[in-house]
Design a protein around this ligand. Sequence first.
Ligand code: SAH
Length: 390
Amino acid sequence: MSKSKENINNGSCPEYKKCGGCQLQNMTYEEQLKYKQNKVDRLLKKFRKPLPIKGMDNPYHYRNKVQAAFRTLRNGKIVSGVYQSGSHHIVSIDSCQIEDVTADKIIVAVRKLLPSFKLSAYNEDTGRGFLRHVLVKRGFATNQTMLVLVTGTPVFPSRNNFVKAICKQFPEITTVVQNVNPYRTNLVLGNNQKVLFGKGYIEDILCGCRFRISPKSFYQINPVQTEFLYNTAMDFAELKGNETVLDAYCGTGTIGIVAAKRGAGRVIGVELNPDAVKDAISNAKANNLKNIRFYKGDAGKFMESAADEKEKPDVVFMDPPRAGSDETFLNSLIKMSPKTVVYISCNPETLARDLDYLTANSDYKVQKIQPVDMFPHTAHIECVCLISRQ
Ligand code: SAH
């Protein structure tokens, strides 16, 4: 057992209770893995006994995407950090055990720069003030770094000098984006964006493929574990070449692109978020793949019309959000009858619900379940399932 797996934690984060982000901080990492194994066993063993959970050798600072809320206090001091769980009170945080260290440093540096540029932080009560949130995304394999400044107003005094100052401190910053969010909303990002420096996106490398990440698009936040997750999904799919593969809930197309690189004959991806679809299309180009098409839309509706058009994929990868899939999707899946279904889930509860429906309404059987610890110290659990008729 590596040292880090033994016991570093035990609630060692001083903000553990207030922040609420790491629900399992009171356990050692070893205990966390046991807890997660027990949970998936309990929820899923009726379908198939889950394999042992894949944990991390070093379960710290794994998050490649970090965001902080900013606020000016009554005494004029600017604080940044996370919302206290269930409230809009900001817990001031400069570093976090699960976040990327450089990303945390950039956020602190932005905060320290604000006063010298006479820039304020947003005030939720009055709706006034400048900086609302800072979002940093990092490509762990490329070291490319994106800084997104979310502001309440489009006006950004001394914009160029501010960007110069922060980039001077952090040469790894390859792009800076201003996102304007003037609304009274819980959403971090608004609709208007302006690239202040660089290309407006970063790239990362995963499973030998290059991926573009833009401010709004989804990208797995733990790249180390994602490689294992995707490799497991590919092993389960047993691609021999020339298969038609459907990548449902495809995000920026990562799973479909890895499948295409591993020899799939033709790949179709479907995704609801238009920014992610755009990234998926450029990702396919960046990887020189011509046998892959991405569609924007609801995966269930897309499956329904694809089934009506007698589309016959050999392999369906599905990776829905926490809410899981829906009956429209699952009914069409049964109708299309692919040889292999690989279900990647970030919520074992909705996975169990969907597997219940699928196994009750077809002769598909769950063949393998591999839990993966994508989110150490939090209660979240990821699983990859192989579903087929054999
Ligand atoms: N497979 C990708 C993304 C998984 S996250 C990856 O590994 O990176 C789930 C994705 O489902 C998100 O990109 C989200 O935008 C998308 N999504 C959510 N609801 C959807 C729906 N009804 N139809 C299609 N895509 C949906």
